[in-house]
Design a protein around this ligand. Structure first.
Ligand code: ZN
Length: 105
């Protein structure tokens, strides 16, 4: 997700879709090529890569232990949609998983 952060309010302005190279319903990995493309496109638009979105088709919208590991490496806003709960939740990693409010506009 591309956007900007003004006074700790993150606004998502563009979505860059990526392929899950793991082809798995449980885990996901974005290729390095797509990551490089994403960062350069964001820069061209004067936006930042401000968040990572994925869904949990069969579970709650809370980071898995794998998510937590990658959140620590990529401390952007992580948005998770749960298909079972039909809701979006967002988190940041700051010495642990911290929920952040989501407003859909
Ligand atoms: Zn997850």
């Amino acid at each position: 997700m591309f956007g900007n952060n003004v006074n700790d309010t993150i606004t998502i302005r563009e979505i860059f879709l990526t392929e899950n190279i793991e082809k798995s319903p449980v885990n996901f990995t974005i290729s390095n090529e797509e990551l490089i493309t994403a960062y350069s496109q964001a820069e061209e638009m004067n936006l930042e890569v401000i968040g990572i979105f994925h869904s949990h088709p069969d579970s709650v919208p809370y980071p898995s232990s794998t998510d937590e590991k990658y959140m620590e490496i990529n401390p952007v806003t992580w948005v998770i949609f749960s298909n079972t709960h039909d809701e979006f939740k967002a988190y940041i990693y700051n010495s642990g998983i911290v929920p952040v409010p989501v407003k859909i506009m």
